[in-house]
Each structure stands twice: as structure tokens, then as C-alpha cells.
Design a protein around this ligand. Structure first.
Ligand code: HEC
Length: 217
């Protein structure tokens, strides 16, 4: 009996150890591989060819990439188009900003009120966002002296990379409102590009709050 137990233990250990060996093309034995390699549905996948990418599959079931796209949606897309005539709201129920991208829109934006109350936590978030999206041009204190605005010296010749970045500490900008900043981030202005598609509405308000805070310093 003892011999059998020992043999059993020995063989089990050997099997386990063999299973641990992996490398090169051999990835080792896996227990329940579909738990490790969950099928990733990518939103923009659109694979219409049934035979596409059979060799990419880790499950050895002869199914390829096609089966990672949604075969029931139009164009085999994983992401569905929104229902017609619907308007997207975010988790707070906010509708998209409807201000117009013109001088009237900018003037009206002056009166918009930041939906967030100023608080240290909000300003902390605003700081992180400002440093991600604005600092490289406007500088750490919004003084118009970011790395991109400064320019580079190549062979002793100064090249300006992005001239004309506004110094938001200057007198001309001291009195701009948070609504104005929100609008400018959304649509850009003059030489500054629009950031509305990259930065969410909520985040734009947090940045606007932080810019006003920087101006106090
Ligand atoms: C690629 C460089 C660049 C980035 C990034 C950038 N800006 Fe600007 N910004 C500019 C330039 C250049 C101007 C001057 C525009 C002009 O007057 O033609 C400007 C102007 C402004 C103004 C003044 C607009 C006015 O009323 O005249 C504000 C406010 C502003 N930026 C805020 C921001 C904020 C907030 C961010 C981050 C979300 C940001 N900018 C990101 C380049 C940039």
C-alpha cells in the first residue's frame, strides 16, 4: 500500500513538474486555459472573414479571430451604434455641452457656472489633469512657459516649437471665468487646438477650477 502511495505521489509530482516547464513555443500545460485566456472583445473589431486568424487562437479549437468579433451586430462590430435619435448622457446624467463654437458661444460661456464646488480634492484632480493636458504648453503655473512653448536650440539656432502660448498669469487673462476656460478647452481658440474629444466634460471643469486657483498664486 505504501509503495502504491509513494508511486502515486512520485508520478503526480513528475506530472506537475513537467507542467511547469514552459518556454519558447511551448507554453506549458495549463489547467482550464480558457480561464487565463479570456476571449477579448475589442470594441472596434470588425472581422468578417470566418477563416481570419485561426492560427492566433490559443484554445486549439480551430476558431480564429473572427469569433472574437460579434457576428450578430451589423458589420460584425463588437461596439453597437447608439440607437437613433438618442443623446448620450454621462454617469451623472449630464447632457453634452451644447455651446456653439463661435464668438457668441464663447461670450455666453463666460456665464457658465462650474457644477463642482471648489474643494482640495477637486483641485488635486484638476492639477493632475492640467499637468497631463496643458502643462507641456502652458507651463506648471500656467505662465505660458511649458517645454513645448520654450523651443529648442539646434546647431545654435533657436527654434520655436509652438509660438504664442498664452501666459494665463498675465493681466489679459486674470479675469477670465471658469466657463471661458471650459469653452476654450472644449473647442480650442486661435492657435490652441480643441481638447473636447480627449478630455471629458467633468475633467474640463476640474481643469478650469485648477487654472483659476493657479492664477491666485
Ligand atoms: C499645444 C499647446 C497647447 C496646449 C496643449 C494647451 N494650450 Fe491653451 N493655448 C495655447 C496657445 C498657443 C494659446 C493662444 C491662442 C491664441 O490666442 O491664438 C492658448 C490659449 C489658452 C487660453 C486663453 C484663451 C483666450 O481666451 O484667449 C486658455 C484659457 C488656455 N489656453 C487654456 C488651456 C488649458 C486649460 C489647456 C489644457 C486642457 C490648454 N490650454 C492646452 C496652446 C496650448
Amino acid at each position: 500500500m505504501r509503495l502504491i502511495t509513494n508511486l502515486f505521489l512520485g508520478v503526480s509530482a513528475a506530472v506537475l513538474l513537467v507542467g511547469c516547464k514552459a518556454g519558447g513555443d511551448y507554453q506549458g500545460l495549463e489547467y482550464a486555459p480558457n480561464m487565463y485566456h479570456s476571449v477579448a472583445y475589442e470594441p472596434l473589431k470588425q472581422i468578417t472573414d470566418k477563416d481570419a486568424g485561426r492560427w492566433v487562437n490559443s484554445l486549439d479549437n480551430d476558431r480564429g479571430e473572427f469569433y472574437n468579433s460579434n457576428q450578430y451586430n451589423p458589420f460584425a462590430m463588437n461596439m453597437r451604434l447608439p440607437a437613433p435619435h438618442t443623446v448620450k448622457r454621462d454617469a451623472r446624467g449630464w447632457l453634452p455641452y451644447r455651446g456653439a463654437n463661435d464668438s457668441t458661444g464663447l461670450r455666453l460661456a463666460n456665464k457658465l457656472v462650474n457644477p463642482f464646488e471648489t474643494s482640495p480634492a477637486m483641485l488635486d484632480q484638476g492639477k493632475v489633469l492640467f499637468e497631463t493636458y496643458c502643462k507641456h504648453c502652458h507651463g506648471p503655473k500656467a505662465g505660458g512657459d511649458g517645454k513645448v512653448a520654450q523651443g529648442v536650440k539646434i546647431d545654435d539656432v533657436e527654434h520655436s516649437m509652438y509660438p504664442g502660448v498664452a501666459n494665463l498669469q498675465g493681466d489679459a487673462y486674470k479675469n477670465i471665468t471658469e466657463g471661458h476656460i471650459f469653452h476654450v478647452i472644449t473647442f480650442g481658440k486661435g492657435l490652441m487646438g480643441a481638447h473636447g474629444s480627449q478630455v471629458s466634460e467633468e475633467d474640463r471643469w476640474k481643469i478650469a477650477m485648477y487654472v483659476k486657483e493657479l492664477q491666485k498664486k
